[in-house]
Design a protein around this ligand. Structure first.
Ligand code: NAI
Ligand SMILES: N[C@@H](CC=O)C(=O)O
Ligand code: NA
Length: 442
């Protein structure tokens, strides 16, 4: 008997999948296409025995006729022919949450790609998994095919991390890249991203930074060994980034990226999601299109960067099946890297306590004294100006017509910059809402 037949003789891990959309169908496809390789690596076959989705007859490019069909996903949690439940429905509440809670309470391991669920309810779900002595695995939930959860939970488990984050949303990175490459505005590029199937039909979860915040909350919990805390993440999206900002950033030697950033300091942990100017030369600035990148920094390991596809059927299914292989092997790592009782009590640092340099774009009336008025506000708020960019008015411009100017500050307190921006926005000479973007080293 060769090795593969030996594996085939071992009892299979029987998988029940809820949700047969992009990721669910991709997972069935991958398990079938690489069945032998997966059995060899898992030590036994990993086979789908049961599925649940809304529409039994929808064409998905996979044959589900031989599988048990559950009209109600919840019954997967009690199906005697299911050893592990894979939740690929989505959403932090409703069917997804009930299924995961029920499966864990029945002692069934769970694999999920659901970042909203894990970011919001991950602490309670991990405790439930611990009580039952089963795995709660969610590699697919952060940066799709990039094995970052495994890297944090296992590869970097020996080190004390001081920073984690990166580009965690492919849709936003695609939009910002396309805006830079084509000079087009946000709305028109978003429409294109939707037509190409990158952005959701309701794109707000992506473009308002919520998806990135879910992923960042998960990364920060793992990196710093503390309970997941989605509510403390400061969140800003990319809607207000204009073509003018992309052009000014390029002129100044930067690219604009939506970053999730988590840092540990003596004060605690800051977690924030917002657009950033990063220098062209920073490795993260080179991560373009739908690609994601995660940067971790530890006291012993130094800087580690992982890049890859954060979404799509193939990459996300790879992460789901990687988790299934761990379960088939009998590997049981606590969901947050350490058991719930031994997680740290690091507090969350509010955004107002952060520091940094800033880019501020203002549309101002082109008339004498404008710059003096603006710099007076900066002086009064204790913000030091590093440089300023203003291009001459077009010859055809009318007197008093507005022109954009860009200010770049030295490092200052966030709270001082917020105050300065609010006061500047109230000046008569400023004709539109200022655009303030933080500058990061990358
Ligand atoms: N699409 C992607 O590239 C990635 C998705 N994810 C996550 O994976 C999960 C699934 O995402 P997609 O496959 O893109 O979603 P999708 O919308 O393509 O698929 C969801 C599936 O769930 C089914 N469904 C809805 N309610 C149900 C219920 N009550 N019972 C059973 N099935 C139900 C739908 O019919 C559909 O087949 C989400 O949590 C998402 O955030 C994570 C990483 C990447
Ligand atoms: N909408 C997400 C995909 C899933 O995580 C993205 O655009 O990155
Ligand atoms: Na991942």
């Amino acid at each position: 008997m060769n090795t593969l037949s030996l594996h085939a003789a071992a009892a299979p891990l029987r998988v029940g999948i809820a949700g047969l959309g992009t990721v669910g169908a991709g997972t069935v496809r991958l398990l079938r296409a690489n069945a032998e390789l997966i059995a060899a690596r898992a030590g036994r076959p990993v086979v789908v025995t049961a599925v649940s989705a809304r529409d039994r007859h929808r064409a998905r490019g996979i044959d589900v006729s031989s599988l048990a069909w559950h009209d109600d996903a919840l019954t997967l949690a009690t199906d005697p022919d299911v050893d592990v439940v894979v939740e690929l429905i989505g959403g932090s509440e409703g069917a997804a949450r009930t299924l995961v809670e029920t499966a864990l309470s029945r002692g069934r391991p769970v694999v999920t790609a659901n970042k909203a669920l894990i970011a919001i309810h991950g602490a309670g779900l991990a405790s439930a998994a611990e009580r039952a002595g089963v795995a709660l695995a969610f590699e697919a939930a952060v940066a799709g095919g990039i094995p970052v959860i495994k890297a944090l939970r296992e590869g970097l488990a020996a080190d004390r991390l001081v920073r984690i984050g990166g580009i965690l949303n492919g849709t936003c990175n695609y939009i910002l890249t396309a805006m830079r490459e084509t000079g087009r505005g946000f709305a028109s590029v978003l429409e294109e991203a939707q037509a190409l199937g990158y952005a959701e039909t309701d794109p707000s979860t992506d473009v308002d930074g919520i998806d990135t915040a879910h992923k960042l909350a998960i990364l920060a919990a793992l990196a710093f060994g503390r309970p997941v805390d989605f509510d403390s993440v400061h969140i800003e999206g990319i809607r207000r980034i204009g073509a003018a900002d992309i052009a000014f950033a390029t002129e100044l030697g930067y690219r604009i990226k939506l970053l999730g950033i988590a840092r540990r300091s003596d004060q605690g942990v800051e977690t924030r999601v917002h657009p950033c100017l990063v220098p062209n030369t920073a490795p993260i600035a080179q991560v373009e299109g739908v690609f994601n990148a995660v940067v971790a920094e530890g006291e012993f390991v130094g800087r580690v960067m992982l890049e890859g596809r954060g979404a799509g059927a193939g990459p996300t299914a790879t992460a789901v099946v990687g988790d299934l292989i761990d379960i088939a092997r009998g590997s049981l790592v606590p969901a947050w890297g350490a058991i719930s009782g031994s997680l740290s009590k690091l507090t969350s640092v509010p955004m107002s306590a952060c520091r940094g340099s800033f880019y501020l774009r203002l549309d101002v009336r082109d008339r004498p004294g404008v710059i003096a008025e603006i710099t007076a506000v900066l002086r009064d708020c204790g913000v030091s100006l590093k440089s300023m960019l203003q291009h001459g008015q077009a010859p055809s411009a009318l007197p008093d017509e507005s022109v954009p100017i860009v200010l770049v500050t030295h490092e200052t307190r966030e709270v001082a910059m917020q105050e300065a921006t609010a006061r500047i926005a109230g000046l008569d000479v400023v004709v539109a809402s200022p655009v303030m973007i933080r500058i990061e080293a990358g």
